[in-house]
Design a protein. Structure first.
Length: 192
C-alpha cells in the first residue's frame, strides 16, 4: 500500500466513499496520481449504529492510507424524503438511482465549494452495482457543479478482490448490504 503522505504535489481529487472496505482498494489505486480527499456522505445507511460502525471503518482506512477524511452530515430524513414512494423497489431499482444521485450531488457541491475540480466514487468497486449507471449519474451531477467526474469501474483489475484482501488484513468491518433499510430487509428481489 502506498502511503499518500509520501506523494506530494499531485492534483486534488474528491473521492466519495461508501465504506472502508470499498475505499481501501480505490484509494490504493488513486494515490499514485492524485491527492485524494475522501468524503463521507451516506444518509442511506440505517440504523444510525450501522452508519457509525461503517464510518469507524472508513476512519481507520483513511488513517492507514494517509488520506484526509471529510465527514458530511448524516441526514437519513433527507434520504427518506428523496426516496419516498420507492421503498418497495427491488435492490438495483429506481431507489438506487435516486440514492446515487443524492450522494454524488452533495459531494460534488462540497468539492466545488472546496475548489476541487475532480470527483469519483467507490460505489463502482461493488460487483452488485452498475458502474455504467453510477458513472452516468456522476457525470450529470458534476456538470451541474462545474467539476469533472472521473468515470471508472473500480471493480476492474481485481478491485473488489483487493478490497476484500485489504479489509481482512486491516480488520475492517465488511457489511452484507448497501446500507438502506429496504435492502437490509430484502424488499423485492435484486436486479442489475
Amino acid at each position: 500500500m502506498i502511503d499518500a503522505r509520501d506523494r506530494p504535489d499531485r492534483p486534488r481529487l474528491a473521492l466519495h466513499v461508501c465504506c472502508g472496505p470499498c475505499a481501501s482498494a480505490v484509494i490504493e489505486r488513486l494515490v499514485e496520481d492524485y491527492e485524494v480527499i475522501t468524503v463521507w456522505y451516506n444518509p442511506n445507511i440505517d440504523p444510525v449504529e450501522e452508519h457509525d460502525l461503517r464510518l469507524a471503518g472508513m476512519q481507520r482506512v483513511a488513517g492507514l492510507s494517509g488520506v484526509p477524511l471529510v465527514e458530511l452530515e448524516h441526514d437519513p430524513e433527507a434520504w427518506a424524503q428523496a426516496c419516498a414512494g420507492l421503498m418497495d423497489e427491488p435492490e438495483g431499482g429506481a431507489r438506487c438511482s435516486v440514492c446515487f444521485r443524492m450522494r454524488l450531488a452533495r459531494v460534488a457541491r462540497w468539492a466545488e465549494e472546496s475548489g476541487i475540480g475532480v470527483l469519483t466514487t467507490t460505489l463502482t468497486v461493488s460487483p452488485h452495482k452498475s458502474a455504467e449507471r453510477i458513472n452516468a449519474i456522476g457525470q450529470e451531477v458534476c456538470r451541474d457543479h462545474r467539476i469533472a467526474f472521473m468515470a471508472e469501474n473500480f471493480k476492474r483489475r481485481d478491485g473488489f478482490r483487493r478490497s476484500v484482501e485489504l479489509s481482512r488484513a486491516w480488520g475492517i468491518y465488511r457489511q452484507t448490504w448497501c446500507g438502506c433499510a429496504p435492502a437490509r430487509e430484502g424488499v423485492g428481489r435484486r436486479r442489475g
